[in-house]
Design a protein around this ligand. Structure first.
Ligand code: NAP
Length: 310
């Protein structure tokens, strides 16, 4: 019998207890899921940074920490965490992100706001948007989420360029990497989507210099993490017309303070970190499979590389 500790905020227990136990049962995994195991008895921890466990030192026999979040920036530097850390890659989380990203891309591409916000009885000459094939989209970060968004945007007809740390070959996406690749990826981009993790290397990746490479009047969509953007540079780029609109789901400070200039700016859309979320049923299956891999002596999937920070 495996002792599995659930360490997340109390409301998450109500959401996850049943799906996790159901997934363990369906997989034939003998597991005792609890919020109260003695640390020295715990085999696996199912974890979010908002839960009670902050010090991993007493978890002497724990084989892995299974995160319920895709982003790991608040845990990856914890010096007490010596156990393997897995982040979450979940088909429902990915599907939700694809929907959010394609929805906001199409909103800007089609100029939907013009008709949604101006129902004033005036029959105006239509402004015809280019077809998607003439609207290049660049996705910074083509991992689990970015690559899936890239496929969906390609299916809609957008030319998709993706940028990553390592060299990649993904069908339907022009893949670039490294510093030179970043310049090339952003040059002429009309929609820039940020799906990078927050690490020291990715902080302020979108700044006055990189924003200036995009086509004038570009759109910036950030469901990645707030620190990926130099906020002052983005606001300046919007005010100069270099960027037409910023749709931002994540911020340096969350909740975004009431007096933050983003709230009041007419060319900024703020969404409250809702681009996508982990769904208990599918996440429970992913975590169960990963625990089974550990028990079978196979390498864990979605293992975080602590030296890279994601
Ligand atoms: P992932 O699979 O780890 O993909 C990360 C991508 O970023 C990879 O392509 C990686 O390159 C690239 N990357 C990392 N560091 C880089 C660097 N220094 N230079 C260039 N590229 C770099 O992560 P994911 O599951 O797609 O998630 C991405 C992020 O989305 C998460 O970290 C989280 O912050 C965010 N997120 C937000 C929400 C929301 O609701 N707003 C929900 C879920 C996740 P390689 O391919 O070469 O490794």
């Amino acid at each position: 019998m495996l002792n599995i500790l659930f360490s997340a905020k109390p409301a998450a227990w109500d959401e996850y207890e049943k799906p996790l136990n159901a997934a363990f049962k369906a997989a034939g995994l003998q597991a005792n899921l609890s919020r109260d195991h003695a640390p020295e008895d715990v085999d696996y921890i199912i974890f979010t940074p908002s839960g009670p466990v902050k010090d991993f030192t007493p978890f002497t026999k724990t084989k892995a920490v299974m995160g319920l979040w895709a982003g790991v920036e608040t845990i990856v530097d914890n010096p007490t965490l010596t156990q393997p850390l897995c982040r979450l890659v979940d088909e429902s989380l990915t599907a939700g992100m694809v929907e959010w990203v394609t929805g906001h891309t199409l909103r800007h591409h089609l100029g939907m706001d013009l008709h949604i916000t101006r129902q004033d009885g005036v029959w105006r000459d239509t402004i015809v948007p280019p077809v998607a094939a003439n609207r290049p989209v660049t996705i910074l970060g083509i991992g689990a989420l970015g690559a899936a968004c890239g496929q969906a945007l390609h299916a809609l007809g957008f030319p998709v360029t993706g940028w990553s740390r390592s060299s990649k070959d993904i069908p339907n996406i022009r893949c670039l990497h490294g510093d030179e690749g970043l310049r090339e990826a952003l040059t002429g981009a009309q929609v820039v989507i940020l799906l990078l993790p927050q690490t020291p290397q990715t902080e302020n990746i979108l700044n006055s210099e990189t924003l200036s490479l995009t086509k004038k009047g570009s759109f910036v969509i950030n469901p990645g993490r707030g620190p990926l953007i130099d906020d002052a540079a983005l606001l300046a780029a919007i005010d100069s017309g270099q960027v037409a609109h910023g749709t931002l789901d994540v911020f340096r400070t969350e909740p975004l303070p009431q007096d933050d200039p983003y709230w009041a700016h007419p060319q900024v859309t703020v969404t409250p970190h809702i681009a996508s979320t982990t769904r208990p049923e599918t996440a429970a299956t992913v975590i169960t499979e990963n625990i089974q891999r550990g028990e079978a002596g196979k390498p864990f999937r979605y293992l975080v590389d602590r030296s890279l920070g994601y």
